[in-house]
Ligand binder design. Sequence first.
Ligand SMILES: [Zn+2]
Ligand SMILES: [Zn+2]
Length: 266
Amino acid sequence: MLPAGLERRLIGGASRLLLHLFPDECRLCGTPLRELSRVPVCRDCLRLPAPLEAEYFCLRCRTPFLNRFPLDQEGVCALCRSGAQAFDAAYSFGAYDGALRELIHLFKYGRIRTLAKPLGDYLVSAFPLDQRFDVIVPMPLHWRRLWQRGFNQAALLARELSRRRGLPVVQAVKRRRFTAPQAGLTHAARRRNVSAAFVPRRQAAVQGKRVLLVDDVLTTGATASACSRALKRAGARYVAVLALARADRRLNAAPYRPPLESSGEA
Ligand SMILES: [Zn+2]
Ligand SMILES: [Zn+2]
C-alpha cells in the first residue's frame, strides 16, 4: 500500500503524461478528440486527403497538366524529354495542398512522428502495384538537418511502406553537402544546388536492383533526380520515386512558389 498522498501524486502524474501523449484537440480542425490516440488528428481530418487526379499527365513523371499541350506524342513532358529527370518514373499520392499539406507540416515541422502511420497509409495506397521493386531507399537528410529535426521523415515513411509491402529499406545514399534552401531559386538554380549533394553508399545493396526512392514531397523533381542519379551511379537498374505529395501547378494560375521552409526538397 502506498501512502494516499503519494498515490494521488502518481495518478496525477500519469494523467498529465496521458494528456501529453494524447492531446485532446484535433490539430487540424480543433474539435475535441473523442478517442485516445497517439495521433493528434481526428478521423474526419485524416480522411480528407484525396488522391491526385489529372486528365492530362506525363506518362513518365506523372506531373499533372491542365491540358495536353505540354506533352509530346508519347505523352511525355518537356523536362523528361530533355533528360533532366534521372528517375525512370515518379508516383505520388496527393497534391501538396490542403489537409495533406497541413498533415505533412505537422509531421515534419511540428515533429509529430506518430503521423508516420496514417501518412504511410496514403503512401501505401499510391504504391504502383504493376511494378516490382527490390529495395526501398529513403531520401536522405543531411546530418545537420537530421540533428535539427530529430528524425528523417522520409525514413519513417519508408519504414511504414517496408512493413506493409515486405521490402527491405536500405540507406543507400547520403547527403554530402548542406544545400541552401531551394525556396526562391529558379529551376536551373535548384538543379545546380542539389546536383552534387548525393553520394552512394552501400553500393552492393542497390547494384542491379530496382529501387523505390521514397520522399515526402516532390516539388520540381530536382532533388529526387539528383538522388536517382547517385543511385544509378551505384549501379541501380531502375529507380522510381514515390512521394506522399507533389506540387500541383494547376492549383494556382500564378507561377508556382514553393513554401518557405523548403518542402520535400529537404
Ligand atoms: Zn479534425
Ligand atoms: Zn515528365
